[in-house]
Write a protein that binds this ligand. Structure first.
Ligand SMILES: *Cc1c(COP(=O)(O)O)cnc(C)c1O
Length: 404
């Protein structure tokens, strides 16, 4: 048997039939496959962040999970929403005032820039060219655009799953050119909102995040000096990871919070009135989601037992190991009618797609399972439904429901 990642704390303590938000998984799964998101788990993560990061704004990066019914629940709990397309901007504007929305991402089309400028959302500009287009479009609309400068930092987030700094990048302008861009934006009549500095994603090492945040803060101070303008807001990025795989240890966010609140208190920018934000996606919503899929067939081949389910990588690409991981490892899975039950056999859980990539669990240990039983795939709240190739092979999309 190969190991699986740890169940999120809200589920790790359960035994017997799985419940989500107090309701039996079988009740959620009248139709499968289905994603169930427990809003109370998201609220608990927000509360934990608030307790650890006094005085730091919390933004939700909605690409992690843009389901409107979930956004409605999350929006009132956070200070801002970060979007990365015109489509996400529309979703965010439905639940949050434009002044609490920032729009990052390379290759923003003119129509997207116009939408953000008209609405009054902040554009995190990714290049000098994009800044010029935003200034020109703002002139044409007779609106001073709200522009922040995304900086490609000269630091990277050590140990992060996806590095976004310290190298050539399509994201942001290189730190050496950022101050000049700030001056240009201010001279061009824009409402300069500050810096956006994002150094990586999926980090579990508190020490690495603390070092990166300190370097990010120092960079923001240096750039503000160089530009001769004080940033209203420094968006320090995020990068908080969750444990997906065996051996992963949860991030000690309280340690990060203690270090960041101390560093911010010491900063000259803070004394002059700068505010700070952290933007999080997966840490807020990843553990809140469970993907439930039903076993359609059980078969043996050359000594290996396969449980074939009605959903797979078409809905939950990340669990199949094909979304940003180099080595395939097992997400936490369970037999929904017997969570924590004694594993008596090694089985591979595969989806219905006609490709060997469609494997949700590779030789994992489970209690005996038969067709009709439900398999729960945990950590399905972030980068699940919308980050998977739902159209591939023409199976129906998964349902998504918000619980709690
Ligand atoms: C994707 C993204 C995030 C969220 O990343 P998570 O790993 O889900 O926390 C935050 N900020 C930016 C700019 C992003 O592109």
């Amino acid at each position: 048997m190969k190991p699986m990642g740890p169940l999120p704390p809200e589920f790790a303590g359960q035994s017997g039939p799985l419940t989500i938000a107090g309701v039996a998984a079988t009740d959620w799964a009248a139709d499968t496959p289905v994603f169930v998101y427990d809003a109370a788990i998201v609220a608990a993560r927000v509360a934990r962040f608030r307790a650890a990061f006094a005085g730091i704004d919390l933004h939700y990066a909605i690409k992690a999970n843009p389901l409107p019914a979930l956004l409605e629940r999350v929006a009132p709990l956070v200070d801002g929403l970060d979007v990365a397309s015109g489509g996400e901007l529309e979703l965010a504007l439905a639940v949050k005032p434009a002044t609490a929305i920032s729009f990052a991402g390379p290759g923003k089309r003119d129509g997207e820039l116009i939408g953000a400028i008209r609405a009054g959302a902040t554009l995190n500009v990714e290049s000098e060219g994009e800044a010029e287009r935003a200034l020109r479009l703002g002139d044409e609309l007779g609106v001073a655009p709200r522009l922040a400068v995304r900086v490609n930092p000269d630091v990277e987030l050590r140990g992060s799953g996806m590095k976004m700094g310290g190298r050539p990048s399509p994201f942001g302008v290189d730190a050496v050119r950022a101050a000049a861009l700030v001056r240009r934006i201010v001279a061009g009549g824009a409402d300069w909102r500050g810096f956006h500095i994002y150094a990586g994603s999926q980090a579990l090492d508190a020490g690495a995040i603390i070092d990166t945040q300190a370097a990010t803060l120092a960079l923001a101070e240096r750039l503000a000096d160089e530009a001769g303008h004080r940033p209203p807001l420094v968006n320090l990025g995020g990068g908080f990871g969750i444990p997906y795989f065996a051996g992963d240890v949860p991030l000690d966010i309280e340690r990060v919070g203690t270090a960041l609140t101390a560093a911010v208190a010491d900063s000259a920018l803070t004394a002059a009135g700068t505010g700070y934000a952290i933007e999080l996606g997966r840490w807020l919503v990843g553990e809140a989601g469970v993907y439930l899929t039903r076993i359609v067939d059980r078969k043996e081949s050359q000594g290996e037992t396969f449980l074939v389910t009605d959903g797979g990588l078409n809905h939950q690409l990340a669990a199949s190991g094909n979304f940003g991981t180099v080595v395939r490892r097992n997400y936490p899975l369970a037999l929904a009618r017997d969570v924590g039950g004694t594993p008596i056999e090694a089985v591979s859980v595969v989806g219905p797609l006609c490709t060997p990539l469609d494997r949700l669990g590779d030789r994992i240990g489970l209690p005996h399972a038969d067709p009709g039983d439900l398999i729960a795939v945990f950590l399905a709240g972030a980068y699940g439904a919308t980050a998977s190739p739902a159209g591939f092979l023409g199976h129906p999309p998964a349902r998504e429901v918000v619980a709690g």
